[in-house]
Design a protein around this ligand. Sequence first.
Ligand SMILES: C[S@@+](CC[C@H](N)C(=O)[O-])C[C@H]1O[C@@H](n2cnc3c(N)ncnc32)[C@H](O)[C@@H]1O
Length: 309
Amino acid sequence: MLFDEDILVALEEAADKSERTRSSFWETELEDFSFTAKGEMTGLIPVGSISKKYSQIHKTAHWLLQWPYRYIIRESQNFGECYDLAKFIAEGQERAVTLDMLRQTLGLAVIKDNLDVKGLEGINLVIGDGYGVMTSLLKLSYSETKIVTVNLTTPLLMDLVFARKAIPSLRIALPTNQVEMMDALNQNDIDVIAIQADNSKLISEANVGLAVALHCMQEMTNSVIKSYFDLLRGNKNDRTAFYCLNRIYKQLYDGEEIKFFDFPWSLNDTVLIDEVCRWDNFEYNSRPPFWSRNPNQKQHRLVILENLR
Ligand SMILES: C[S@@+](CC[C@H](N)C(=O)[O-])C[C@H]1O[C@@H](n2cnc3c(N)ncnc32)[C@H](O)[C@@H]1O
């Protein structure tokens, strides 16, 4: 099994290998993009914006433009603490707390407001992270709990490079088979278990307390979405919480339609939150009128999944 630096090198080398779990959207988006183990990036990739402009003026501008989001979440018991963690991560990653980061921070605050995450047994699972932000947020929030993060190969490399910028002491393992996965789960000094999406079935070895999927299922094929639900419903934990924040509708480049309400939800899931996500339907930029509506509505749902093991 590979650890730490060796993982980064291996993922860089594997970047050009085909992946079964790429949708037509990601097949196209990854075509002219590359990212090295040293963190050098060529091309553009839609996993959020890692603004290199992070002088005090830029940071303040973001903060000022984010006031409507803070207003919406003003009753949260946990947002302030989560935002402090986001600032810490942004410092390490040498960036500002941009909107994509804020969105993930708001997501975590809502989860914490509605769920005793510390009381959950098992690992935390991040599906389709961006720049390792959610992985870092969860690790800083629950340092004792292992994180499993699953992504396509190149975005996974990015997640790990950026998570290590935020938390340099992170110990990471990359299992590629069941035995290695069990081994990684049993090693106390491993903080993060990274899994390439094509190996996602390894998740079934884990005891998943909380799983999160933000803005990622909207870009997967329906069969990949179903496979993640199957893994979550069949994992070793009787009580798996799942926070899902995704577009209500998206059409992929090959015409496949992704519909949030058609995900394989069950009437036996216990629903804690289910609404159009109020902070995720508008964006800001630096020019008047500063805020604009995004026509692509997002739904967020927090459930305790029916276990079908
Ligand atoms: C738009 S980005 C969202 C990033 C981040 N979660 C956020 O909220 O900003 C979509 C993410 O989904 C990931 N993704 C796409 N297909 C995937 C798959 N089959 N398994 C896991 N992640 C996948 C992409 O690599 C990318 O990291």
